[in-house]
Design a protein around this ligand. Structure first.
Ligand code: SF4
Ligand code: SF4
Ligand code: SF4
Length: 314
């Protein structure tokens, strides 16, 4: 499901691109609901406010005619196949609308035996990008308002789906802000790096929105909620916050597909995806592994190999 280079580039994503994707998704969803291929489709419907979108499970061809794909379709819908929504898959084979970054989560969840490929009908979006935080909902997508993750996207053109909607044009001349920020922090002395994260972690209010939205946080009981015995202090105080963020980062290392949903929903603007990306870089350097590129593959931290690097054991 890796990307192919796309030479089509422009300075703004035209609304006609989203309209074409919407039409293709509707046509495909109507067809698979009508012919009984799927019992339902998880996709996006218009939100209450103009220019917004909301996730929805639709089960009739009539409802499928209302599906949309717009720059406001930011959610990673794979989370609706896990956790409390496990009942969705009990209804039968399910169609799901998935951008490239969402497909990485689907692949990871298959590797962890949470979902089976044969239970899904994947309607992938050849994806040009979605809005970043604070984007004006009436504007076209440009460098100024595109999500940070989209700037450095390597999965615009997903592979391995049952159907692909649209043909993305990528924005030209984007500045890789996240990569630059990561390089800046990596160049800091250790004490300053620690001060950077300490300041961010100190603002965490432990609302757990980042956990709720993450497709890989599906444990029935999170270690961080356990209180008999208590493993991690669960009030928003410095020691507990630091422990929570270390647990989160370690638990997601080698699994996180980089959808950046955790960062998007964080009310305290904690740059969680920077930490996710740093962990992903470690995994790439240590094990030459990238999460979510191949379905049904276990990550290096969830398996043991005799030739694993042991140098971290002092
Ligand atoms: S990261 Fe890539 S696949 Fe995901 S929304 Fe952005 S452009 Fe689309
Ligand atoms: S940790 Fe964040 S970026 Fe990674 S899969 Fe979970 S929500 Fe997506
Ligand atoms: S969403 Fe933000 S504030 Fe809430 S628990 Fe996660 S990091 Fe903390």
């Amino acid at each position: 499901m890796n990307a192919k280079a796309n030479k089509n580039q422009s300075s703004c994503i035209e609304p006609s691109y989203y309209q074409a994707v919407t039409q293709a998704i509707r046509t495909q969803a109507v067809q698979v609901l009508k012919d009984g291929t799927v019992a339902g489709v998880v996709g996006y419907l218009p939100g209450r406010r103009k220019g917004t979108a909301r996730p929805a499970l639709i089960t009739t061809p009539e409802e499928a005619e209302k599906l949309i794909f717009s720059p406001a379709c930011v959610n990673n819908l794979s989370v609706y196949l896990t956790k409390s929504k496990k009942g969705v898959l009990k209804q039968g084979r399910i169609g799901i609308v998935a951008k490239g970054c969402d497909m990485r989560a689907l692949a990871g969840l298959m590797g962890e035996s949470q979902i089976k490929r044969e239970d899904l009908f994947i309607i992938a979006v050849d994806c040009a990008g979605v809005y970043g935080s604070g984007a004006e909902r009436s504007e076209s997508v440009t460098e100024a308002n595109i999500a940070r993750k989209c700037v450095e996207c390597t999965v615009h053109h997903p592979e391995g789906a049952d159907f692909v909607a649209g043909a993305a044009t990528e924005l030209s001349g984007l500045t890789p802000l996240e990569a630059e920020e990561m390089a800046r922090i990596e160049a800091l002395p250790q004490a300053e790096r620690w001060a950077f994260w300490k300041e961010h972690f100190s603002r965490c209010i432990r609302c757990m929105a980042c956990r709720q939205v993450c497709p890989f946080c599906y444990c029935e009981q999170c270690l961080c909620d356990k209180n008999r015995p208590q493993a991690v202090e669960n009030s928003p105080r410095p020691a507990g916050n630091t422990a929570w963020h270390i647990v989160r980062a370690m638990h997601l290392a080698g699994r996180c597909g980089g959808c950046a949903e955790c960062e998007r929903v964080c009310p305290m603007d904690i740059p969680l995806n920077l930490l996710n990306r740093r962990m992903a870089k470690e995994l790439k350097e240590l094990y030459d592994y990238e999460a979510g590129l191949a379905p049904a593959e276990k990550g290096p931290l969830t398996q043991y190999r005799e030739d694993d690097d042991q140098s971290f054991i002092k």
